[in-house]
Design a binder for this molecule. Structure first.
Ligand code: 5GP
Ligand code: MN
Length: 328
């Protein structure tokens, strides 16, 4: 846990939220549970304060998130683009490009940047960035406790708990620290539904998703004496199982289940001529450095990038070569 408490930033954030009437809460493309949980928690608070609020993150949003409290404030892209706001709050997004520029640098309007990516570019007027926090919702929790403890509700507790639950892979990843566990415990006391959230967001899968998992696991390959693993999601697999790309969320972690595997890559055909690559490192290798070489980024042990190619085999070759350099 980092020692930084952001007392000054939290009071600046509160002052901006009080001063402005219309707020856009935004996050990164293809938002995960941490991004969604952070957005909804802040939006629920703003709504209670009587503000006009819209939440928007580009890309695909899992329908599971639509059941969460706060989901009614999720806007369509067009509505978010036309929304006249005087404050932007960006969550879980290291730079404005990750939000497809719905977040903007602090120039002509007030921007709050709250995130736990070490590569964050500090684009906000107020920057609450702690690369050691297990999830962005841990930072949002610190904000509530410091500036608005009376505004915490069981709905907000659910959203914040979900961020920690999902960014730690159900409390399994190396980012689990005493603060993540302490905040989770406090969120339970505040009404978070630990079992229901774990069941719905970690354990439960649709029939079609399990069928897709079968196909993806069948593509598992080992490289570099079993120290690296790759898997792929092709459009044929999606068609055959009746799924979409977002149904493969979390599949990359299966590669790390193998004892000797240190590095994992999952390749997904996202558009013609475009392959998204998710990278994972089990222990100490830094996959964000590899992702950055190709214009991507992320954390030491979880990063992503996009390759402009239609050829899965060449994408695999490129990444395995990068893995080899890391392991040598
Ligand atoms: P995932 O593989 O789950 O899509 O992403 C893993 C982590 O890397 C996430 O924390 C995500 O925010 C980050 N990440 C994924 N793709 C990119 C990218 O293209 N650029 C940056 N800066 N970060 C990324
Ligand atoms: Mn996160």
């Amino acid at each position: 846990m980092s020692g930084e408490r952001f007392e000054k930033e939290f009071s600046e954030m509160m002052a901006l939220m009080e001063r402005h009437g219309s707020v856009l809460v935004t996050g990164h493309i293809d938002p995960d549970g941490d991004c969604i949980g952070s957005m909804f928690a802040i939006a629920l608070m703003l709504e209670e304060m009587g503000k006009t609020v819209m939440c928007y993150a580009p890309g695909e949003i899992s329908e599971l998130f639509l059941k969460l409290p706060g989901a009614s404030m999720l806007a369509r892209r067009e509505d978010a683009s036309n929304f006249k706001h005087d404050l932007i709050i960006a969550v879980d997004s290291p730079n404005t490009a990750r939000t497809e520029h719905f977040a903007r640098p602090c120039e002509n309007e007030d921007v709050i940047n709250i995130d736990h990516h070490p590569t964050n570019e500090m684009y906000g007027c107020v920057n609450i960035v702690d690369g050691d926090a297990a999830a962005t919702t841990v930072l949002v929790y610190r904000f509530f406790m410091s500036s608005a403890p009376d505004r915490m509700t069981s709905d907000i507790a659910d959203c914040l708990y979900l961020g920690i639950l999902m960014d730690t892979g159900g409390f399994r990843f190396r980012n689990v620290d005493s603060e993540a566990l302490r905040v989770s415990s406090e969120l339970l006391d505040l009404g978070a539904r630990a079992f229901d959230l774990a069941h719905e967001y970690i354990y439960m899968k649709k029939f079609s998703t399990l069928k897709l998992l079968g196909l993806v696991l069948d593509s598992l390959r080992l490289h570099l004496d079993g120290r690296a693993a790759t898997m792929e999601v092709t459009s044929e697999m999606l068609e055959k199982s009746g799924t979409t790309l977002k149904d493969s969320e979390g599949f990359v972690d299966y590669g790390a289940a193998l004892d000797d595997v240190e590095l994992v890559a999952l390749f997904r055909e996202t558009a013609p001529g475009e392959i998204r690559v998710s990278l994972r490192s089990k222990n100490h290798y830094d996959v964000s450095a590899l992702a950055e070489r190709f214009g991507g980024g992320g954390h030491v042990r979880a990063a992503g990038l996009t390759l402009e190619t239609a050829d899965l085999a060449s994408a695999r070759e490129t990444i395995v070569k990068g893995f080899k350099e890391m392991l040598d």
